[in-house]
Write a protein that binds this ligand. Structure first.
Ligand code: GLV
Length: 388
């Protein structure tokens, strides 16, 4: 052999249990993890198609839509972003993107790579865009799309969505919504609010493993796809092809790629849990957990990053600790001593804030109390750098 079997692979894999209280992935319930261990079937077998149909129904419920083109992409939420943008945009198109956190910047990068032009809506970090400000830019530029992030996870800002769909449609603009860190944990009404493309990630509130990005396209968005000069420039994201794999157009199923079938099982089960709890109950549970967390953080002397309570996301709370406390030491101590993951900042908030995620099964009073007592301990007795 030129290369020998690696010594690292001689022992079986063993991983610790951790409380995933950062920006995601969140913990998955045993029922979801066990589902992923069910027997493999082929990705074109009738059993796989039944699971995919059940996922589609569960997603239509989660997204609150009757859109026939509601599928699940075999990728992380980033793929959902890229699929939304690459199906709607062609070179020369214009997209309006608020720049108030990490995700607007990421979407702008993708938009530019697809040959479209970004009209940025510059805002202070953590400030959502108002309907009036958006209308001013949309009415002036008549862009192909407006991109909004419901839960800007880097800043923990909530972007209101109501009214933006009808406003966009007045100007022939489509509304694309990133709901990666919010779907299932905060009200979102795809049809009622006239959202055109919405995508999320499997690993946050939905509590499935990472690797799937549910997405829905409105009939208006599909009209746009049908009127493209050329097909979507990335085969893997082409919703016309994917839609046939997912049985969206009434045609016989067509092979597009090999779906990650065991991840489909897990998501199917995660959606079954959401359906049995009910969206309203899930939204309320996330809100109650967030209120409990914020009150406890303030008692600890932390300062919430988003000052206006109306602009705070329930699934993720950003804060700064008192000046004399080193957040890196706190995060490290929480992991080493307690097996608890706390989130650092991301992008423009990296090194500035800490984030605690309360998503899915972790949006419970016991999880809040646990994370607070861990924080208290780590603030009082951090493991010093020198002892590592
Ligand atoms: C990822 O979604 C993050 O906000 O860190």
């Amino acid at each position: 052999m030129d290369v020998q079997p690696p010594a690292s692979l001689r022992s079986p894999l063993r991983l610790p249990h951790k409380a995933l209280m950062g920006a995601g992935p969140a913990n998955a319930p045993p029922r979801v993890l066990h589902a992923a261990a069910q027997p493999l079937v082929g990705h074109m077998h009738p059993e796989a198609f039944r699971v995919m149909d059940e996922i589609k129904e569960g997603l239509q419920y989660a997204f609150q839509t009757t859109n026939p083109v509601t599928v699940c992409l075999s990728c992380a939420g980033h793929g959902g972003m890229e699929a939304a943008l690459s199906n709607l945009l062609e070179p020369g198109d214009v997209a309006v993107v608020p720049l108030n956190g990490h995700w607007g910047a990421r979407a702008s990068d993708m938009i530019t790579r697809h040959g479209a032009r970004v009209v940025p809506l510059e805002l202070p970090l953590g400030q959502p865009v108002t309907l009036e400000a958006a209308e001013e830019v949309v009415s002036k530029h008549r862009p192909r799309l407006l991109f909004l992030v419901q839960a800007e996870s880097s800043t923990t800002t909530l972007q209101p969505l109501e009214g933006f769909g009808p406003m966009c449609h007045k100007y022939g603009t489509l509304l694309v919504v990133d709901a990666v860190a919010s779907l299932g944990g905060y009200p979102l009404w795809t049809d009622r609010w006239e959202l055109d493309v919405v995508y999320t990630g499997s690993q946050k509130v939905l509590n499935a493993p990472p690797g799937l990005s549910p997405i829905t396209f409105s009939p208006r968005a599909m009209e746009r796809v049908a009127s493209r000069r050329k097909p979507c420039d990335v085969y893997y994201w082409d919703i016309m092809q994917l839609g046939d794999y997912w049985g969206c157009f009434g045609n016989p199923r067509k092979y597009h790629h090999t779906g990650p079938i065991t991840l489909f099982y897990a998501l199917r089960e995660a959606l079954a849990i959401l359906a049995s709890e009910g969206l309203t109950a899930s939204w309320r549970r996330h809100e109650q957990a967030a209120l409990r967390l914020r009150a406890a953080l303030e008692r600890l002397g932390a300062k919430l990053f988003i000052e206006d309570p109306r602009h705070r996301v329930h699934t993720l709370t950003g804060f700064t600790l008192p000046r004399n406390v080193d957040p890196v030491a706190v995060t490290r101590t929480a992991m080493i001593r307690h097996g608890v993951e706390l989130g650092p900042g991301l992008g423009p908030t990296a090194g500035r804030i800490m984030r605690v995620g309360l998503m899915g099964v972790n949006a419970e009073a016991w999880a809040v109390d646990n994370v607070i007592s861990v924080l208290e301990d780590c603030v009082k007795n951090p493991i010093p750098n020198s002892s590592l």
